[in-house]
Design a protein around this ligand. Structure first.
Ligand code: ATP
Ligand code: MG
Length: 360
């Protein structure tokens, strides 16, 4: 019997369809407690995003960060709209949040379920584990006059540290082992992605530290298969044979690109969840943005957000709760007769939610 756990979860719908899909994710968590009575949730809604910026002058108010740090164990974040032109004083609040809470891993499970998404490639079941704090994203750029014919020159720092590489590799290894357990005896595999044939120092460090961690004492005897692959050939194989991959660990930029590419394999952005994970906090976040083109129409697909609630639970250690959410969504996609608009059907957000909750 699992021990009782009362979780205080922050809801940060943000802008656009975030307002429509985050309540759906919260209702999935509420419904879960009827079959898992050891779990209970209380929710606090917190302001974040562009609308909040126009109202208060800050996209990520101090009070939001303080409440997250002092009162909550996890959070669900919807989306923020990015204005088409640069607005003075406006910075992406999710980037700020990742820094403030040290959410150093961005985790994206991409799975096809043999369902009704027309563009779905069958048999895909992989997780991209992206380092989230360094690489080219340290944003240390400069430009100067190169003189003569060269003209202007711009350069950016790509920073890779042992600490960040170590902790992201550990996270990838732990995910692979857990997936092994969740799937029965199917072997866990981690593929280390890099370009160390060209960037021997930076990517070379990432590669060697990741390999050392994954083949080291912590994972000895766990049956992990550790492979590595140069990022360009990885892209090729990801598109030719995506079924091959299990857990992919990558530095920030490659992880960013690979995870959008991988999302395309399962048919719609409206299906793909993510979790921003640190050592003490987890924020679930659908991969899509604020989707202004469908905002307010009641047709946003809530699945990415509901699966993100599952991811949040998984990384908070509530594996059974996570599994039930994933299974209910998979069953809905495989067997349901209610199909979301982005998958070619007619059903609105409310109908999809109802069908998934029924299966929880
Ligand atoms: P943002 O700047 O906030 O990212 P965007 O205009 O790039 O907004 P996205 O949210 O990234 O929009 O979505 C890209 C496309 O996918 C849009 O056409 C959008 O309608 C569609 N889309 C995204 N999420 C969903 C969803 N949950 N359900 C249905 N369609 C979606
Ligand atoms: Mg977008």
């Amino acid at each position: 019997m699992a021990s009782r756990r009362a979780l205080h979860i922050a809801l940060m719908p943000g802008d656009g369809i975030g307002q429509e899909v985050i309540p759906a994710a919260a209702s999935a968590l509420r419904t879960l407690t009827t079959s898992l009575p050891h779990l209970s949730f209380t929710f606090t809604t917190l302001p974040i995003g562009f609308q909040t910026f126009t109202e208060t002058g800050s996209a990520l108010p101090d009070k939001t960060v303080e409440t997250l740090q002092k009162e909550c164990q996890g959070a669900l974040f919807g989306a923020v709209s990015s204005p088409s032109h640069a607005v003075k004083g406006y910075n992406s609040p999710i980037v700020g949040l990742r820094k403030k809470l040290d959410l150093y891993a961005n985790i994206r499970p991409v799975k096809s379920v043999g369902g009704k998404a027309k563009l779905e490639i069958p048999g895909v079941d992989l997780v991209i584990v992206r380092e989230n704090t360094e690489d080219l994203y340290v944003k240390e750029e400069r430009s100067f006059d190169g003189g003569g014919e060269i003209g202007r020159v711009a350069e950016a720092i790509k920073r890779i540290s042992e600490r960040a590489s170590r902790r992201i590799a550990r996270m990838a290894g732990q995910i692979a082992v857990r997936r092994e357990e969740m799937r029965g005896n199917k072997k866990g595999m981690v593929t280390i992605t890099h370009k160390s044939n060209v960037l021997s120092q930076t990517d070379g460090l990432f590669r060697s530290v990741a390999r050392e961690v994954l083949t080291g004492a912590e994972f000895a005897g766990k049956g992990l298969v550790v492979e590595e692959q140069i990022v360009d050939s990885m892209v090729y194989k990801l598109f030719r044979q995506p079924q091959y991959y299990d857990v992919v660990v990558a530095p920030n930029l490659y992880g960013d690109i690979l995870s959008d590419g991988a999302a395309a394999l399962v048919g719609s952005l409206g299906l793909v969840p993510s979790a921003n994970v640190g050592d003490t906090f987890v924020v679930g976040e659908p991969c899509h943005g604020s989707a202004p083109d469908i905002e307010g129409k009641g047709i946003a697909n809530p699945i990415a957000a509901i699966r993100s609630a599952g991811c949040m639970l998984e990384f908070m250690g509530e594996i059974e709760g996570a599994r039930r959410i994933y299974d209910a969504v998979d069953e809905h996609l495989r067997e349901g007769t209610v199909t979301a608009v982005d998958l070619g059907g007619k059903a609105g957000t409310a109908e999809i939610v109802e069908d998934i909750l029924k299966r929880l």
